[in-house]
Design a protein around this ligand. Structure first.
Ligand code: SAM
Length: 284
């Protein structure tokens, strides 16, 4: 006979939560104050369910076992505790600034290939928006910029898999103009599950890689003209925010641009950055 009912493991105790929260804070950077205990418990419940475990002691034993299975579980735990909310053309003023200020400036300097980085790219909507913005600029300003490339990184393997697929529910692009949808998206024929996929010309310009901002050194990559690191730093404490921005700046050309999320600030950080717009900074 099959059992019917909700799966509910034993509640996460304070000491179990502190073990988890200090691990996440140290290794992922995300602040985990006590108010997040219920959120962590509910997000990890599906992991316990998949593992057929009914208590967090067993779960922690596995995750911190220093075995290949444990390390795999840590990656899944990180997927579960990160917040991946995003959408196409989010905080559109930044994309307008890129189009109206940054790209004309680079074209004037005769930069033929533009290098961009979406750092904390989640499921791909931000780097694909950048790719659309680049193609729109090149279409409207022929010959000014010839090529571009976008590096897109995140710590979560789950969102990166989704990003590589580049398939999204139709509802996510409803607010885009008819022209943009027609030019850059393919429509599924499945009427029950309407979705879209970015066209190859948009996808092939974006390279996805897994990167943890807490790593001491970021991978060797070309110097970027602009870095978008938006709605990520809010989850970190001030010291971590500053250290992440410093590491990002090593990959930004002098005069390059850093875009942060609308509620993020560099106030009091003494960084070689000049504010040029709302949460838009230029490297000195
Ligand atoms: C809220 S999303 C922001 C997505 C996009 N930048 C935007 O503004 O729409 C934050 C992303 O940061 C990622 N993240 C959190 N901690 C990270 C870390 N230590 N290293 C790299 N990425 C991290 C999460 O996995 C998540 O996908």
């Amino acid at each position: 006979m099959c059992e019917i009912g909700f799966f509910a493991p034993e509640a996460l105790t304070d000491s179990q939560f502190h073990k988890l929260s200090s691990f996440i804070h140290t290794n992922v950077g995300i602040k985990m104050p006590d108010e997040k205990r219920l959120m962590v418990q509910s997000r990890l419940t599906s992991r316990l369910k998949s593992l057929k475990m009914d208590n967090f002691d067993d779960y922690l034993k596995l995750a911190f076992s220093n075995t290949p299975e444990g390390n795999e579980e840590i990656a899944l735990m990180i997927n579960a505790v990160t917040t991946n909310l995003t959408n196409f053309f989010r905080e559109n003023a930044h994309f307008e600034y890129l189009t109206n200020v940054v790209l004309p400036e680079l074209a004037k300097k005769n930069e033929k290939k533009i290098e961009l980085w979406s750092a904390g790219c989640s499921s791909g909507q931000e780097p694909y928006t950048l790719s659309i913005v680049m193609q729109e600029f090149m279409r409207k300003n022929p010959g000014k910029i010839e090529d571009y490339s976008i590096l897109a990184t995140d710590i979560s393997s789950k969102v990166l898999d989704k990003a590589v697929d580049a398939v999204y529910p139709m509802s996510e692009v409803e607010s885009l103009s008819y022209d943009l949808k027609k030019r850059y998206f393919l429509k599924s024929k499945d009427l029950k599950n309407p979705c879209v996929r970015l066209k190859p010309q948009i996808r092939e310009k974006v390279v996805f890689e897994r990167l943890n901002f807490m790593d001491s050194v970021y991978p060797k990559t070309t110097q970027k003209n602009a870095i978008f690191c938006r709605n990520v730093l809010i989850y970190f404490d001030k010291a971590t925010q500053k250290s992440v921005i410093r590491k990002l700046l090593q990959h930004l050309v002098p005069g390059g641009y850093l875009f942060l999320g609308h509620s993020e600030t560099i106030f009091g950080m003494e960084l070689p950055l000049k504010t040029v717009g709302p949460t838009i900074f230029k490297k000195e």
